[in-house]
Write a protein that binds this ligand. Structure first.
Ligand SMILES: CC(=O)N[C@H]1[C@@H](OP(=O)(O)OP(=O)(O)OC[C@H]2O[C@@H](n3ccc(=O)[nH]c3=O)[C@H](O)[C@@H]2O)O[C@H](CO)[C@@H](O)[C@@H]1O
Length: 365
């Protein structure tokens, strides 16, 4: 009789930074029957159902203050844990893989309370709250940044980097043309993270006319929430709310101007792209500043806090870097040194070890 495939529940939700690494890892686990856990109104409802069955629970973030909000959250958490326990039992899942964030809490608690393995991937240099609270309870915690391990002294940590979508590895292996941009012009690519960055957009639009005048092309990811996104028009200024095919753009870019989400930073390392990083100042516990600091410490990027930034300063720094090709090349090489291209395979093999321990029987309910 053919063996029934082992079932894995992946809990990843919210932003590209959480979803893309999970999707990249899922691709490396074709032997498992995968289903997904998310929330009803985030990016997973667009990205996941065409690939995996999506289950949803309602869960939000803990903002740190005790009050009515946290009481509501505790009730939500208790309810979602019960829902996920039921899902895991009825679906006969062998374990969960989560990339952190709010959804990780019910996923980890439910799995561990049933005695199932929970594999947690934390992509940020400063681990999120759920990771800090629940990591000691996880079977294994895979890290994007080595620096994160110092915040998780009780967890079973191993550094695997952060998985990137296969388009990045394919593009790095055989570069493709990017949006028909000529090969011999300098190119700046501006990235605001999966949701765009309105404050960065504003400064970039002020600085762009001078760059265009100097013969530089600008590709600008504006996000969906910028009311002035259409205010600048030029044939060498290419703008979109979201680029599906980011890899050739990053490979082609002479310089990126970017937020410092872990996903984008990992991709910049895989494509070896020098960058000016402007960490999102309102990210939870300022975690993007920690990600950016790791890149700056390796000389892979220049970091400018948003509070210090003006269009003039941005123009100056960009001119300085584009005029200093040896420095750009050193930054590119330093970025490449940070890359862990087989991160998805490494994480997939941790999942496999947790679900099918050598010498033990597979974790089947
Ligand atoms: C505002 C905020 O708190 N963001 C967090 C969020 O990621 P957030 O999704 O904001 O940012 P990331 O940089 O981690 O990921 C963005 C992803 O979207 C992709 N992309 C983006 C724009 C585009 O046009 N096309 C495209 O494909 C990027 O290639 C990347 O894969 O979770 C990450 C992982 O915990 C954190 O490090 C980020 O700090």
């Amino acid at each position: 009789m053919p063996e029934t495939p082992i079932r894995l529940l992946i809990a990843a939700s919210g932003t590209g930074g959480h979803l893309f690494p999970a999707l990249a890892t899922a691709e490396q686990l074709p032997q498992y029957q995968i289903e997904w856990l998310g929330v009803p109104d985030r990016l997973e409802t667009r990205l996941v159902p065409c690939r995996y069955q999506l289950h949803t629970v309602r869960i939000g973030g803990f903002q740190g203050r005790l009050g009515l909000g946290s009481l509501r959250l505790c009730t939500q958490l208790a309810r979602s844990v019960l829902q996920v326990r039921r899902l895991l039992r009825q679906g006969q899942f062998a374990g969960v893989l989560t990339t952190g964030g709010y959804i990780a809490a019910p996923a980890i608690i439910a799995a561990r309370s049933l005695g199932l393995p929970a594999i947690l991937h934390e992509s940020n240099a400063l681990p999120g709250k759920v990771t800090r609270w629940l990591s000691p309870w996880c079977t294994v915690v895979a890290l994007g940044f080595e620096a994160a391990s110092s915040y998780l002294p009780k967890a079973q940590c191993t550094v695997v980097g952060t998985p990137v979508r296969s388009q990045f590895l394919a593009a790095a292996a055989s570069p493709r043309p990017a949006l028909g941009i000529p090969e011999d012009v300098p190119l700046i690519v501006v990235i605001g993270g999966s949701q765009g960055a309105v404050a960065v957009n504003r400064l970039v639009r002020q600085a762009t006319p001078a760059w265009l005048k100097a013969g530089i092309w600008v590709v600008h990811q504006t996000g969906e929430n910028d009311p002035d996104a259409e205010s600048l028009v030029h044939e060498h200024y290419l703008r979109q709310p979201f680029f599906e095919d980011m890899a050739p753009l990053l490979l082609r870019a002479d310089l990126a101007i970017s937020r410092a989400g872990a996903g984008t930073l990992t991709e910049l390392s895989v494509t070896g792209t020098p960058a000016i990083l402007i960490p999102y100042p309102f990210a939870a516990e300022d975690h993007q500043a920690y990600n950016a600091a790791a890149f700056a410490a390796a000389n892979a990027a220049m970091v400018i806090p948003q509070a210090d930034l003006s269009a003039n300063l941005l123009q100056d720094k960009v001119s300085m870097l584009l005029d200093d090709r040896p420095r750009l090349m050193k930054m590119a090489a330093a970025a490449s040194d940070l890359a862990i291209p087989d991160s998805a395979q490494q994480l997939a093999s941790l999942v496999q070890q947790a679900l099918e321990p050598v010498g033990g029987s597979p974790n089947r309910q």
